[in-house]
Write a protein that binds this ligand. Sequence first.
Ligand SMILES: NC(=O)c1ccc[n+]([C@@H]2O[C@H](COP(=O)([O-])OP(=O)(O)OC[C@H]3O[C@@H](n4cnc5c(N)ncnc54)[C@H](OP(=O)(O)O)[C@@H]3O)[C@@H](O)[C@H]2O)c1
Length: 324
Amino acid sequence: MEIVLTGKGGPEMLRVAEGSKPRPGKGQLLVRTEATGVSFAEVQMLRGRYPLQPKFPFVPGYDLVGRVVGTGERVVALTRTGAWRDEVVIPAKIAVPISEDVDPGVAAAVAMNGVTAWEMLHVTAKVRAGQTVLVHGASGGVGSLLVQLARLAGARVIGTASAGKHDLLRSLGAEPVDYRKGDVTAQVRALAPDGVDAVFDHVGGKSLDESWSLLAPGGVLANYGSAGTLRDSGHPLRPYVGTARRMAWWQLRRLVGMTGRRRASMYYVKPGAGFAKALTEVLRLVAAGSLTPHIDRRMPLTEAAEALTLLSTGQATGKIILEA
Ligand SMILES: NC(=O)c1ccc[n+]([C@@H]2O[C@H](COP(=O)([O-])OP(=O)(O)OC[C@H]3O[C@@H](n4cnc5c(N)ncnc54)[C@H](OP(=O)(O)O)[C@@H]3O)[C@@H](O)[C@H]2O)c1
């Protein structure tokens, strides 16, 4: 069984299909899916706005947790597409073995999202105790983990979200800002007059200029998405060209010492040794009870269209998990 995204539009473009029996070739594994995530990337793909947009029809599914057929070993894999199947063939090199003790839904909730949050926090921004950080979209799958990881690192966290999700932010230890009320910069400045040490920005476009203006000397802007340009027209890569231009400009100014040691970078999660290391760290925190992914709900894989409706209309907080 598989979920096929048949074309551009709304969640009605998703179909449950029989699919053919996948057979692993050399260097590949057949994995029986236990849990797979629903993410903003699928919302973009549905609208034809993902930067590396696959051709329709295709099977979405950015990450999965499942058991290798033949050995029974539990693995996590970052697939980018193709995980919304009950059985998935993956390259063996992207499979990260994980413990039997972790719940598959919890592992799926921290697979792509937890690694993204951990790497941006500890590798890109190197956030330290006593610093102040701004997390945009703090109620979302990545954002809610970023808030928790930043708090664990000893940072003060300001988070943006729609007002209905502010209680969740407070419960995670963040000071909420309503981005829909407008003038996010002024609202953040009121809380942190000297600026912030890191901003995690998934909004893109003009938000990047505002995020940059909020940085204290030595601060870091980590951009990892373009949620604010979902309704734009034109080529889906266009907003990222604008982002790359901004990055180049700030880098140039940094090289000539004009940014007060502020820096900006773009983050993109990818499989490999870094992913495995970060996932191990994140799962260790989960096992210790220090990090708890906020799972909005678990749904059967066959209800992927309903799940995507909930995520794309802002009705979900944290992560929606599909179970096969
Ligand atoms: N670069 C990478 O490697 C990487 C990896 C993973 C994810 N991402 C990106 O990370 C972002 C979050 O992904 P996710 O799966 O966690 O999505 P999600 O669960 O849907 O969370 C997104 C959050 O962003 C908020 N939001 C939506 N539009 C916004 C806007 N215009 N301005 C400010 N906030 C806005 C929403 O808050 P409200 O519901 O409160 O309105 C929502 O909670 C996406 O942009 C995704 O593309 C990037």
